[in-house]
Design a protein around this ligand. Structure first.
Ligand SMILES: CC(C)(COP(=O)(O)OP(=O)(O)OC[C@H]1O[C@@H](n2cnc3c(N)ncnc32)[C@H](O)[C@@H]1OP(=O)(O)O)[C@@H](O)C(=O)NCCC(=O)NCCS
Length: 236
């Protein structure tokens, strides 16, 4: 049973910024639109400046490597695959995938876009939304995934370190990512690595039509919401 003080702190927790009037109108339009491929998403954009070496100690039985055709085939065929064609399409877009392996078997992957941010990336032109054109020393990371059987053993954390070091070696100075505020495990993980909340992002699609709205930078409500997360979430 929750204690009274926990219930009170939950009720008094700051709320996420409210979408503006235009976002509200568009989300209503998505809701009312006839069936078909449509969505309304709310995410937090996070940014991290990469400056220093990250000290990564990879246990002996783990290896990491950029994905090749063999790894993409494995991911496509895996029962947890988000789509059996998305990975190949991501490669065709010019994105890269870093793989984490245990004793040679793929246990997780993480995608990097070099040219622009992308939502529903790889799902086809009718679904994905391309945004945030990137400069040469910037990257957008997405779809950090550890297969279910391997979760909760520190691999997500290890993989985040490996990714930051791999990006630093490629000359990347700034990295962006989008996180669903409900998806607290990766949100906390990123915050612990010093990712800063940049703004709220609202995305809309109704069939061929799509758009994205960006909330203000340095949004006080977003900062308060992040600060009110459990202490373990705060940056190291
Ligand atoms: C996010 C993800 C990669 C984390 O992988 P993981 O190997 O479980 O990560 P770790 O074991 O390093 O755990 C990271 C932290 O989350 C916590 N955590 C892990 N699973 C959790 C769960 N189910 N509930 C609550 N906390 C959890 C861990 O305790 C750890 O916190 P700590 O550092 O304070 O101990 C994995 O959950 C995943 O693949 N999720 C699905 C895909 C996804 O949502 N990706 C991110 C958005 S693109």
């Amino acid at each position: 049973m929750e204690t009274e003080s926990r219930i009170r702190s939950r009720i008094s927790r700051p709320c996420l910024p409210r979408p503006g009037l235009l976002a509200w109108i568009l989300s209503t339009a998505v809701r009312l639109a006839p069936t078909g491929w449509k969505f309304y998403n709310r995410s937090i954009m996070l940014r991290k400046t990469i400056s220093d070496n990250v000290s990564v100690v990879v246990p002996d039985d783990f290896q990491y490597a950029w994905a090749g055709a063999k790894e993409i085939r494995f991911m496509d065929a895996h029962p947890e695959a988000t789509s059996s064609t998305a990975y190949e399409r991501r490669i065709q877009r010019g994105d890269s995938c870093l793989c984490l392996k245990k004793d040679g078997e793929l246990v997780g992957y993480h995608w990097i876009a070099w040219r622009s941010g992308c939502l529903y990336c790889g799902f086809g032109a009718k679904q994905e939304i391309v945004f945030l054109p990137l400069r040469q020393n910037q990257a957008f990371t997405y779809d950090l995934y550890v297969y279910e059987a391997y979760r909760g053993r520190g691999l997500g954390t290890l993989f985040r370190k490996i990714m930051l070091e791999a990006l630093r070696r490629k000359g990347i100075k700034e990295v962006f990512t989008l996180i669903d505020p409900e998806n607290q495990v990766p949100l906390r993980l990123n915050l612990r690595f010093g990712y800063e909340p940049l703004c709220m992002v609202y995305s809309f699609r109704i069939r061929q039509w799509s758009t994205m709205l960006f909330g203000p930078r340095d949004d006080k409500r977003l900062k308060e919401w992040i600060e009110a997360l459990e202490p373990s979430t705060q940056r190291q």
